[in-house]
Design a protein around this ligand. Structure first.
Ligand SMILES: [Zn+2]
Length: 101
């Protein structure tokens, strides 16, 4: 006599339905570069934090006047005009750097 025990194996199938909805938004728009670059950028160098005056006050020495980001170009223009007598139309090659005495 033998008794056999049957083990019930419950195979639970987990239905993992993963729906990955990859929405490819293909609506990248490039803003039209209609913004005119101001002439002040001939004289100023801008980075992530601000703009630095690149006018040579004397040979080998830059002005390095710093303007924080957000400063309007009007401020830069005023600086160029009052400190360096530079106005729109003056090209870098026309600007005479004072020689060191
Ligand atoms: Zn300057």
């Amino acid at each position: 006599m033998s008794s056999s025990s049957t083990s019930n194996q419950n195979d639970s199938l987990e239905d993992n339905e993963t729906q990955n909805e990859n929405l490819n938004i293909d609506g990248k728009k490039k803003r039209g570069g209609s913004q005119k670059k101001s002439w002040v950028w001939e004289w100023f160098e801008s980075d992530e934090t601000g703009s630095i005056c690149q006018v040579e006050v004397i040979i080998g020495q830059l002005c390095n006047k710093y303007y924080k980001n957000g400063s309007s170009t009007g401020n830069l223009i005023t600086h160029l005009a009052s400190k360096h007598q530079i106005t729109e139309g003056i090209k870098k090659q026309d600007f005479v750097v004072r020689k060191k005495a």
